[in-house]
Design a protein around this ligand. Sequence first.
Ligand SMILES: [Zn+2]
Length: 573
Amino acid sequence: MNHILASALFLIVSDSCFSQSSWTGNTSPTYPALIEHLQKLDKAHKELSMYNMGSSDYGLPIYLFVMNGGKDSTRTFSKAQTGTTILINNAIHPGEPDGINACLIWLDQWIAQGKPLETKDGKKLPLIAFIPAYNVGGMMNRSSTSRANQNGPEEYGFRGSTRNFDLNRDFIKMDSKNAFTFAKIFHSLDPDVFIDNHVSNGADYQYTLTYIASMKERMSPEMNELTYGKCIPYLTSNVKQQGWDLFPYVELKGETPAQGIHAFNDLPRYAMGFASLFHSISFTVETHMLKPFPQRVQATLAFMEGIISFTANNALEIEEIRSASKSWAQNLTHFAYNYQLSEKADSISFKGYEHSFPVHPITGLKELTYNRTQAYERMIPWFKTYVPKDSVVVPKYYVVGGQESDVIDRLKANHVLFETLTSDSFDTLHVSSVKSYKSPSQPYEGHFKLGQIEVGESAKIISLKPGDILIPSRQDAALFIHATLQPMAEDSYLSWNFFDSYLQQKEYFSNYVFKDQIADILDENRPLKEEYELRKATDEKFRNSEWDQLYFIYCRSPYFEQTFMRLPVYQKF
Ligand SMILES: [Zn+2]
């Protein structure tokens, strides 16, 4: 055997070994190795395709890998839109790469089984698409140390993106190019099921596999019943047959599980919360950081098998319920927000470890310790109900000023339908004026996000200009529209600082000139004069401050700018 032939044979053998086994160990591929491997599979199998879906902030593309698609991209995306589709997102936090390996193992097994287009139950395989690694910049920033408490793999990427964003907070504000590429992927597929793969932080307990389901109160009643009444019981029993306990994400109410766990409020800023706005059945998979990586990968794979099986077995019902949910959202009369966890507790059987607070030899302080030799199973409180503290009447349509190109770009990226005005006109619209808000002293995800927003509404005749847009509430993107344009909603564009420029007064007055004008203003406005005199009589500080008195009159005079604190988003009822 000559040397060249021997080397070639060695390459073939080592390559096949690589694809069969290297995803089950304590390593996870680099981004270039991952993409190179998937490109090879794309070339070798007509049932598999990989698409470059757009850029990331890092500069390298974000890909979408599709199993069981169509013959070309047009047919693949039209099959996804009309058929039953699962979208899996990996490595939004690249320090948590379990989903990458799980998808690679699933692919290897599927190829080894002869690429069956039916499930084990004889049901049609859904279209399965996965984003190999979403946070490309984080993937390229590898180390063995950024997950201080995590048990493998040997090397992994970093949580922050190349611009140091947590991309799992970026689905509404869309600061990253990644988020725009994600919106393109998401709306091109319109997935029926969405899975975001992660690894947990937090308490120690026996489970390897936990899940977060979308908050039930934000869903349509039909989707709530399908997710909680049917899908979760199915998954729990399916992964149990595969040898895994499936448990809700251990979000602690207090310091330890003994004080109870609570449901997660998946706000629209998160991947799964975003997917829920479009009525996908959404889950975040959270494997437990202290379990070895190969075990976590197998658990993630079991969840993937379970969700594929559920989707295949219930394809028609899922399609019908998504369609009913879209109608439900289109016909909403009220939009609820400001969800707070209810103190009403259920209970759930939990497999934990006993804990204690021994004195630490170095710090000298009593510190929480879980004892793995003392496993227990007992009931713990489970807070799983949220209550919306506020709600508003849904308008027939919203009007957004055409100058708000950042907002309009994000609406377009999310397939929001609207009409663009081509001429000047007047309309009586509900105007929102910000009365008060709080801004934090430190930034959160690149923003000084506004909180505790209070808004006043009034009807006014508004002059509209060419370029302003009219957005009807009756459309498939209804929940996304309300979540972003209702000013007091948790993830509104107002809260994410898109309208900060409207919160600053542009014109003032000079005391020495304005003081000569107030007599005329008060003479022409009797109610104002009465209000002013009353205030002067009852408020000592006011009585002694020239500025307070002049500003009081100025704010209520025709000289005051009408647009101060007024948002460029109007509502028509
Ligand atoms: Zn994560």
